[in-house]
Design a protein around this ligand. Structure first.
Ligand SMILES: Cc1cc2nc3c(=O)[nH]c(=O)nc-3n(C[C@H](O)[C@H](O)[C@H](O)COP(=O)(O)OP(=O)(O)OC[C@H]3O[C@@H](n4cnc5c(N)ncnc54)[C@H](O)[C@@H]3O)c2cc1C
Length: 390
Protein backbone atom coordinates (compact mmCIF):
# COMPACT_ATOMS: atom_id res chain seq x y z
CA UNK A 1 0.00 0.00 0.00
CA UNK A 2 1.26 3.47 -0.85
CA UNK A 3 0.65 6.02 1.89
CA UNK A 4 0.20 9.75 1.43
CA UNK A 5 2.53 10.42 4.35
CA UNK A 6 4.85 8.29 6.49
CA UNK A 7 5.89 9.79 9.84
CA UNK A 8 8.94 8.44 11.68
CA UNK A 9 8.70 8.79 15.47
CA UNK A 10 5.66 9.16 17.75
CA UNK A 11 6.91 11.88 20.10
CA UNK A 12 4.80 15.05 20.39
CA UNK A 13 5.89 16.27 16.92
CA UNK A 14 5.15 12.97 15.11
CA UNK A 15 1.78 12.25 16.72
CA UNK A 16 0.61 15.85 16.26
CA UNK A 17 1.47 16.09 12.55
CA UNK A 18 -0.07 12.64 11.98
CA UNK A 19 -3.36 13.61 13.68
CA UNK A 20 -3.77 16.87 11.75
CA UNK A 21 -2.97 15.14 8.43
CA UNK A 22 -5.33 12.21 9.02
CA UNK A 23 -8.11 14.61 10.05
CA UNK A 24 -7.71 16.13 6.59
CA UNK A 25 -8.31 12.76 4.94
CA UNK A 26 -4.71 11.68 4.23
CA UNK A 27 -3.55 8.08 4.63
CA UNK A 28 -0.86 8.29 7.30
CA UNK A 29 1.52 5.61 8.60
CA UNK A 30 3.24 6.45 11.91
CA UNK A 31 6.26 4.30 12.83
CA UNK A 32 7.65 4.29 16.37
CA UNK A 33 10.56 2.18 17.60
CA UNK A 34 9.42 1.95 21.27
CA UNK A 35 6.29 0.50 22.76
CA UNK A 36 4.17 3.00 24.70
CA UNK A 37 3.92 4.00 27.45
CA UNK A 38 7.67 4.57 27.58
CA UNK A 39 9.83 6.79 29.75
CA UNK A 40 11.48 9.80 28.13
CA UNK A 41 14.26 11.97 29.50
CA UNK A 42 12.58 15.36 29.90
CA UNK A 43 11.83 17.96 32.60
CA UNK A 44 8.13 17.24 31.85
CA UNK A 45 7.24 20.90 32.17
CA UNK A 46 4.63 21.79 29.54
CA UNK A 47 4.35 25.53 28.87
CA UNK A 48 0.97 27.30 28.94
CA UNK A 49 1.17 27.94 25.16
CA UNK A 50 0.84 24.15 24.61
CA UNK A 51 -2.68 24.24 26.06
CA UNK A 52 -3.96 25.98 22.90
CA UNK A 53 -2.64 23.15 20.71
CA UNK A 54 -4.07 20.53 23.07
CA UNK A 55 -7.40 22.34 22.73
CA UNK A 56 -7.20 22.09 18.92
CA UNK A 57 -6.33 18.39 19.28
CA UNK A 58 -9.32 18.03 21.61
CA UNK A 59 -7.07 16.65 24.33
CA UNK A 60 -7.05 19.23 27.05
CA UNK A 61 -9.53 17.51 29.33
CA UNK A 62 -7.90 14.11 28.80
CA UNK A 63 -4.53 15.46 29.96
CA UNK A 64 -6.07 16.91 33.10
CA UNK A 65 -7.92 13.66 33.81
CA UNK A 66 -4.56 11.85 33.45
CA UNK A 67 -3.31 13.81 36.48
CA UNK A 68 -1.54 16.84 34.95
CA UNK A 69 -0.32 19.10 37.77
CA UNK A 70 -0.85 22.86 37.52
CA UNK A 71 1.96 25.29 38.15
CA UNK A 72 1.71 29.06 38.05
CA UNK A 73 5.30 30.19 38.70
CA UNK A 74 8.94 29.21 38.43
CA UNK A 75 11.49 30.05 41.09
CA UNK A 76 15.03 30.38 39.78
CA UNK A 77 17.91 29.93 42.22
CA UNK A 78 21.43 31.24 41.62
CA UNK A 79 24.31 28.87 42.57
CA UNK A 80 24.57 30.55 45.99
CA UNK A 81 20.85 30.00 46.63
CA UNK A 82 19.32 33.45 45.91
CA UNK A 83 15.91 33.25 44.29
CA UNK A 84 14.14 35.11 41.49
CA UNK A 85 10.46 34.47 40.78
CA UNK A 86 8.99 34.14 37.28
CA UNK A 87 5.16 34.24 37.24
CA UNK A 88 3.91 32.13 34.36
CA UNK A 89 1.22 34.69 33.55
CA UNK A 90 4.04 36.50 31.66
CA UNK A 91 3.98 33.75 29.05
CA UNK A 92 0.56 32.26 29.72
CA UNK A 93 -1.22 33.32 26.51
CA UNK A 94 -4.38 33.96 28.47
CA UNK A 95 -4.03 30.80 30.58
CA UNK A 96 -3.32 31.01 34.28
CA UNK A 97 -0.86 28.12 34.49
CA UNK A 98 1.44 25.59 32.86
CA UNK A 99 1.14 21.83 33.43
CA UNK A 100 3.51 19.03 34.39
CA UNK A 101 2.76 15.49 33.28
CA UNK A 102 5.09 12.56 32.62
CA UNK A 103 6.06 11.97 29.02
CA UNK A 104 5.02 8.34 29.49
CA UNK A 105 1.42 9.61 29.92
CA UNK A 106 1.44 12.60 27.57
CA UNK A 107 3.04 10.83 24.61
CA UNK A 108 0.65 7.87 24.97
CA UNK A 109 -2.36 10.21 24.96
CA UNK A 110 -1.07 11.95 21.81
CA UNK A 111 -0.47 8.61 20.10
CA UNK A 112 -3.98 7.36 21.00
CA UNK A 113 -5.38 10.60 19.59
CA UNK A 114 -3.55 9.97 16.29
CA UNK A 115 -5.06 6.47 16.08
CA UNK A 116 -8.54 7.87 16.74
CA UNK A 117 -8.03 10.30 13.85
CA UNK A 118 -7.41 7.32 11.52
CA UNK A 119 -3.60 7.10 11.59
CA UNK A 120 -2.15 3.60 11.18
CA UNK A 121 0.41 3.54 14.00
CA UNK A 122 2.98 0.79 14.45
CA UNK A 123 4.92 0.56 17.71
CA UNK A 124 8.11 -1.49 18.04
CA UNK A 125 9.11 -0.58 14.49
CA UNK A 126 12.61 0.88 14.09
CA UNK A 127 13.17 2.70 10.81
CA UNK A 128 16.67 2.19 9.41
CA UNK A 129 18.74 5.12 8.09
CA UNK A 130 18.36 3.73 4.56
CA UNK A 131 16.12 5.97 2.48
CA UNK A 132 15.66 6.45 -1.25
CA UNK A 133 13.44 8.38 -3.61
CA UNK A 134 12.22 7.28 -7.04
CA UNK A 135 10.08 9.53 -9.19
CA UNK A 136 7.39 10.88 -6.88
CA UNK A 137 7.76 8.18 -4.22
CA UNK A 138 9.96 7.87 -1.15
CA UNK A 139 10.96 4.46 0.24
CA UNK A 140 11.92 3.60 3.79
CA UNK A 141 12.56 0.33 5.57
CA UNK A 142 13.02 -0.98 9.06
CA UNK A 143 12.51 -3.84 11.44
CA UNK A 144 9.40 -4.79 13.36
CA UNK A 145 10.46 -5.76 16.92
CA UNK A 146 14.01 -6.20 15.60
CA UNK A 147 12.98 -9.17 13.46
CA UNK A 148 11.55 -8.92 9.95
CA UNK A 149 12.50 -6.18 7.51
CA UNK A 150 9.53 -4.36 6.03
CA UNK A 151 9.46 -1.62 3.37
CA UNK A 152 6.98 1.21 2.93
CA UNK A 153 6.52 4.01 0.44
CA UNK A 154 4.74 7.36 0.43
CA UNK A 155 4.68 10.63 -1.42
CA UNK A 156 5.90 12.45 1.68
CA UNK A 157 8.12 11.19 4.51
CA UNK A 158 8.40 13.20 7.73
CA UNK A 159 11.31 12.72 10.12
CA UNK A 160 10.02 13.28 13.67
CA UNK A 161 12.52 10.91 15.28
CA UNK A 162 13.97 13.41 17.75
CA UNK A 163 17.42 14.70 18.67
CA UNK A 164 19.22 11.51 17.64
CA UNK A 165 17.52 11.21 14.29
CA UNK A 166 19.21 8.70 11.97
CA UNK A 167 18.44 11.10 9.10
CA UNK A 168 19.96 14.35 10.35
CA UNK A 169 23.29 15.70 11.51
CA UNK A 170 23.80 18.80 13.64
CA UNK A 171 24.59 21.87 11.53
CA UNK A 172 27.31 22.64 14.11
CA UNK A 173 29.40 19.81 15.56
CA UNK A 174 30.64 20.30 19.16
CA UNK A 175 34.26 21.44 19.31
CA UNK A 176 36.38 18.39 20.27
CA UNK A 177 38.83 20.69 22.15
CA UNK A 178 36.08 21.19 24.79
CA UNK A 179 35.33 17.50 25.21
CA UNK A 180 35.06 17.51 29.04
CA UNK A 181 32.56 20.39 28.88
CA UNK A 182 30.07 18.60 26.66
CA UNK A 183 26.64 18.54 28.32
CA UNK A 184 24.66 15.48 29.37
CA UNK A 185 21.12 15.25 30.76
CA UNK A 186 19.86 13.08 33.66
CA UNK A 187 16.35 12.46 34.95
CA UNK A 188 14.92 10.61 37.90
CA UNK A 189 11.66 10.64 39.89
CA UNK A 190 11.54 11.54 43.58
CA UNK A 191 9.03 11.03 46.35
CA UNK A 192 8.64 13.19 49.43
CA UNK A 193 9.66 16.59 48.03
CA UNK A 194 7.82 19.10 50.25
CA UNK A 195 6.78 22.70 49.68
CA UNK A 196 6.64 23.15 45.91
CA UNK A 197 3.03 24.40 46.21
CA UNK A 198 2.12 25.01 42.58
CA UNK A 199 5.57 26.13 41.49
CA UNK A 200 8.46 24.66 39.56
CA UNK A 201 12.02 25.36 40.66
CA UNK A 202 15.18 25.76 38.58
CA UNK A 203 18.55 25.61 40.30
CA UNK A 204 21.83 26.74 38.74
CA UNK A 205 25.09 25.20 39.89
CA UNK A 206 28.76 25.43 38.92
CA UNK A 207 28.57 23.66 35.57
CA UNK A 208 24.91 23.21 34.81
CA UNK A 209 21.35 23.57 36.00
CA UNK A 210 18.38 21.39 36.91
CA UNK A 211 14.69 21.69 37.61
CA UNK A 212 12.07 20.02 39.74
CA UNK A 213 8.30 19.95 39.30
CA UNK A 214 5.53 17.72 40.61
CA UNK A 215 3.97 15.26 38.17
CA UNK A 216 1.02 12.87 38.49
CA UNK A 217 1.13 10.05 41.03
CA UNK A 218 2.62 12.12 43.90
CA UNK A 219 6.05 12.12 42.29
CA UNK A 220 8.49 14.91 41.49
CA UNK A 221 10.51 15.05 38.29
CA UNK A 222 14.16 15.95 38.82
CA UNK A 223 16.01 16.66 35.59
CA UNK A 224 19.40 18.32 35.19
CA UNK A 225 22.18 19.06 32.74
CA UNK A 226 25.82 18.79 33.67
CA UNK A 227 29.19 18.35 32.02
CA UNK A 228 30.97 15.18 30.99
CA UNK A 229 33.77 16.12 33.40
CA UNK A 230 31.37 16.14 36.39
CA UNK A 231 29.91 12.79 35.33
CA UNK A 232 33.45 11.43 35.24
CA UNK A 233 34.17 12.77 38.75
CA UNK A 234 31.03 11.07 40.11
CA UNK A 235 32.32 7.69 38.76
CA UNK A 236 28.84 6.24 38.49
CA UNK A 237 27.95 7.06 42.12
CA UNK A 238 24.54 8.75 41.85
CA UNK A 239 24.52 10.23 45.35
CA UNK A 240 27.89 11.80 44.59
CA UNK A 241 26.56 13.07 41.26
CA UNK A 242 23.67 14.77 43.10
CA UNK A 243 26.17 16.30 45.58
CA UNK A 244 28.30 17.64 42.73
CA UNK A 245 25.33 19.06 40.84
CA UNK A 246 21.88 19.83 42.31
CA UNK A 247 22.81 19.57 45.99
CA UNK A 248 25.77 21.94 45.50
CA UNK A 249 23.08 24.66 45.38
CA UNK A 250 22.06 25.37 49.03
CA UNK A 251 18.40 26.00 48.11
CA UNK A 252 18.18 22.69 46.23
CA UNK A 253 19.91 20.89 49.10
CA UNK A 254 17.20 22.15 51.45
CA UNK A 255 14.36 21.32 49.05
CA UNK A 256 15.60 17.78 48.32
CA UNK A 257 16.32 16.93 51.95
CA UNK A 258 14.35 13.86 53.04
CA UNK A 259 13.18 12.99 49.51
CA UNK A 260 13.83 9.55 48.10
CA UNK A 261 14.69 8.45 44.58
CA UNK A 262 12.17 6.19 42.92
CA UNK A 263 12.89 4.00 39.91
CA UNK A 264 15.49 4.13 37.17
CA UNK A 265 17.83 6.97 36.23
CA UNK A 266 17.74 8.10 32.63
CA UNK A 267 20.62 9.78 30.84
CA UNK A 268 21.24 11.33 27.44
CA UNK A 269 23.93 13.27 25.62
CA UNK A 270 25.97 14.91 24.45
CA UNK A 271 23.41 17.68 23.99
CA UNK A 272 23.85 19.63 20.75
CA UNK A 273 21.78 22.75 20.24
CA UNK A 274 20.42 24.47 17.16
CA UNK A 275 19.35 23.43 13.71
CA UNK A 276 20.16 20.14 11.99
CA UNK A 277 21.00 19.26 8.41
CA UNK A 278 18.40 16.82 7.19
CA UNK A 279 18.57 14.15 4.48
CA UNK A 280 17.27 15.70 1.22
CA UNK A 281 13.84 14.35 0.34
CA UNK A 282 12.65 14.23 3.97
CA UNK A 283 10.83 16.88 5.97
CA UNK A 284 12.29 17.14 9.49
CA UNK A 285 10.16 18.48 12.37
CA UNK A 286 10.49 18.79 16.16
CA UNK A 287 13.92 18.03 17.64
CA UNK A 288 14.96 16.26 14.43
CA UNK A 289 14.82 19.71 12.82
CA UNK A 290 16.22 21.86 15.65
CA UNK A 291 16.89 21.50 19.38
CA UNK A 292 16.25 24.39 21.80
CA UNK A 293 17.78 24.83 25.27
CA UNK A 294 15.84 22.81 27.85
CA UNK A 295 15.85 25.63 30.47
CA UNK A 296 13.35 27.55 28.33
CA UNK A 297 10.96 24.59 28.65
CA UNK A 298 9.98 25.09 25.01
CA UNK A 299 10.97 21.77 23.44
CA UNK A 300 7.51 20.21 23.68
CA UNK A 301 5.90 23.44 22.49
CA UNK A 302 8.19 23.56 19.47
CA UNK A 303 7.50 19.89 18.73
CA UNK A 304 3.71 20.38 18.88
CA UNK A 305 3.83 23.64 16.94
CA UNK A 306 6.13 22.29 14.26
CA UNK A 307 3.82 19.27 13.87
CA UNK A 308 0.81 21.52 13.44
CA UNK A 309 2.70 23.84 11.06
CA UNK A 310 3.99 20.95 8.91
CA UNK A 311 0.45 19.52 8.62
CA UNK A 312 -0.89 22.93 7.58
CA UNK A 313 1.78 23.37 4.88
CA UNK A 314 1.28 19.81 3.57
CA UNK A 315 -2.53 20.06 3.59
CA UNK A 316 -2.43 23.38 1.73
CA UNK A 317 0.23 22.24 -0.75
CA UNK A 318 -1.49 18.95 -1.63
CA UNK A 319 -4.84 20.75 -1.99
CA UNK A 320 -3.16 23.14 -4.46
CA UNK A 321 -1.71 20.19 -6.42
CA UNK A 322 1.88 20.78 -5.19
CA UNK A 323 3.40 17.47 -4.10
CA UNK A 324 7.07 18.27 -4.65
CA UNK A 325 8.58 17.70 -1.20
CA UNK A 326 11.40 20.18 -1.92
CA UNK A 327 8.85 22.99 -2.31
CA UNK A 328 6.89 21.83 0.75
CA UNK A 329 10.04 21.63 2.91
CA UNK A 330 11.18 25.07 1.73
CA UNK A 331 7.85 26.65 2.67
CA UNK A 332 7.80 24.87 6.04
CA UNK A 333 11.36 26.00 6.85
CA UNK A 334 10.62 29.62 5.95
CA UNK A 335 7.54 29.64 8.19
CA UNK A 336 9.39 27.85 11.01
CA UNK A 337 12.23 30.39 10.96
CA UNK A 338 9.74 33.23 10.76
CA UNK A 339 8.03 32.01 13.89
CA UNK A 340 10.97 30.74 15.94
CA UNK A 341 14.19 32.27 14.53
CA UNK A 342 14.45 34.98 17.20
CA UNK A 343 13.62 32.55 19.98
CA UNK A 344 16.57 30.33 19.01
CA UNK A 345 18.87 33.37 18.86
CA UNK A 346 17.76 34.63 22.30
CA UNK A 347 18.26 31.19 23.83
CA UNK A 348 21.75 30.85 22.32
CA UNK A 349 22.71 34.20 23.85
CA UNK A 350 21.37 33.26 27.29
CA UNK A 351 23.10 29.87 27.14
CA UNK A 352 26.45 31.55 26.57
CA UNK A 353 25.85 33.58 29.79
CA UNK A 354 24.51 30.70 31.89
CA UNK A 355 27.71 28.67 31.46
CA UNK A 356 30.12 31.55 32.24
CA UNK A 357 30.17 31.96 36.05
CA UNK A 358 31.17 35.66 36.09
CA UNK A 359 28.58 36.72 33.51
CA UNK A 360 25.94 34.51 35.12
CA UNK A 361 26.47 35.93 38.60
CA UNK A 362 26.40 39.51 37.30
CA UNK A 363 23.20 38.78 35.38
CA UNK A 364 21.62 37.03 38.38
CA UNK A 365 22.25 39.96 40.75
CA UNK A 366 20.86 42.37 38.13
CA UNK A 367 17.76 40.24 37.68
CA UNK A 368 17.20 39.89 41.42
CA UNK A 369 17.08 43.71 41.67
CA UNK A 370 15.20 44.49 38.45
CA UNK A 371 12.11 42.35 38.02
CA UNK A 372 11.21 44.14 34.78
CA UNK A 373 14.51 42.96 33.24
CA UNK A 374 13.61 39.39 34.24
CA UNK A 375 10.33 39.82 32.39
CA UNK A 376 12.08 41.09 29.25
CA UNK A 377 14.49 38.13 29.28
CA UNK A 378 11.70 35.60 29.89
CA UNK A 379 9.71 37.05 27.00
CA UNK A 380 12.79 36.97 24.74
CA UNK A 381 12.79 33.16 25.02
CA UNK A 382 9.16 33.29 23.82
CA UNK A 383 9.79 35.61 20.85
CA UNK A 384 7.68 35.15 17.78
CA UNK A 385 9.56 36.25 14.70
CA UNK A 386 12.87 35.89 12.94
CA UNK A 387 14.89 36.77 9.91
CA UNK A 388 12.19 35.79 7.44
CA UNK A 389 8.65 37.01 7.38
CA UNK A 390 5.55 34.97 6.57
C1 LIG B 1 17.55 17.31 29.67
C2 LIG B 1 16.34 17.71 28.88
C3 LIG B 1 15.24 18.28 29.56
C4 LIG B 1 14.12 18.70 28.83
N1 LIG B 1 13.07 19.24 29.50
C5 LIG B 1 12.02 19.74 28.82
C6 LIG B 1 10.91 20.32 29.50
O1 LIG B 1 10.83 20.34 30.73
N2 LIG B 1 9.90 20.84 28.74
C7 LIG B 1 9.93 20.83 27.37
O2 LIG B 1 9.02 21.39 26.74
N3 LIG B 1 10.95 20.25 26.72
C8 LIG B 1 11.98 19.69 27.39
N4 LIG B 1 13.00 19.07 26.72
C9 LIG B 1 12.92 18.96 25.27
C10 LIG B 1 11.87 17.93 24.83
O3 LIG B 1 12.07 16.70 25.50
C11 LIG B 1 11.98 17.71 23.30
O4 LIG B 1 12.09 18.95 22.66
C12 LIG B 1 10.77 16.95 22.75
O5 LIG B 1 10.74 15.62 23.25
C13 LIG B 1 10.83 16.90 21.22
O6 LIG B 1 9.78 16.12 20.72
P1 LIG B 1 9.94 15.33 19.33
O7 LIG B 1 8.60 14.74 19.04
O8 LIG B 1 10.57 16.20 18.31
O9 LIG B 1 11.01 14.18 19.62
P2 LIG B 1 10.98 13.01 20.70
O10 LIG B 1 10.10 13.36 21.84
O11 LIG B 1 12.40 12.69 20.97
O12 LIG B 1 10.29 11.80 19.94
C14 LIG B 1 10.96 11.10 18.92
C15 LIG B 1 10.37 9.70 18.83
O13 LIG B 1 10.97 9.05 17.71
C16 LIG B 1 11.25 7.70 18.05
N5 LIG B 1 12.34 7.23 17.17
C17 LIG B 1 13.63 7.61 17.19
N6 LIG B 1 14.33 6.98 16.22
C18 LIG B 1 13.44 6.19 15.56
C19 LIG B 1 13.55 5.29 14.48
N7 LIG B 1 14.73 5.08 13.86
N8 LIG B 1 12.45 4.64 14.06
C20 LIG B 1 11.24 4.83 14.67
N9 LIG B 1 11.08 5.67 15.73
C21 LIG B 1 12.16 6.35 16.16
C22 LIG B 1 11.65 7.77 19.52
O14 LIG B 1 11.47 6.52 20.15
C23 LIG B 1 10.70 8.85 20.05
O15 LIG B 1 9.51 8.29 20.58
C24 LIG B 1 14.11 18.59 27.42
C25 LIG B 1 15.19 17.98 26.76
C26 LIG B 1 16.29 17.55 27.48
C27 LIG B 1 17.44 16.91 26.75
Amino acid sequence: MIYDVIVIGAGPAGSTVSTFLAQNGHRVLLLEKSRFPREKLCGEFITPECLDIFERLNLRQRLFSAGAQLIDKWRLFTPDGHSIEVPLEWIANGHSHAICLTRARMDLILLERAREAGVEAREGFQVSPRFHAENDLKFIEGKADGETIERFSARIVIDASGRNSPFSTPAQQPDSRFKGSRLFGCKVFLRGVEGLDGSGELFFFRDGYGGICNVEGDRTNLCFLTTEETLRQARGDREKLLDLTMRSNPAARRRLKGSIIEGEWHGTGPIIYGRNRSTPGLLAIGDANAFIDPFTGSGILLALTSGELAAKVINESLAAGVNDLGAIAKRYNILHRARFGLRFQACALLRSLVFKPLARNALASLLARHHSLMKIITLSTRQQGGLFSE
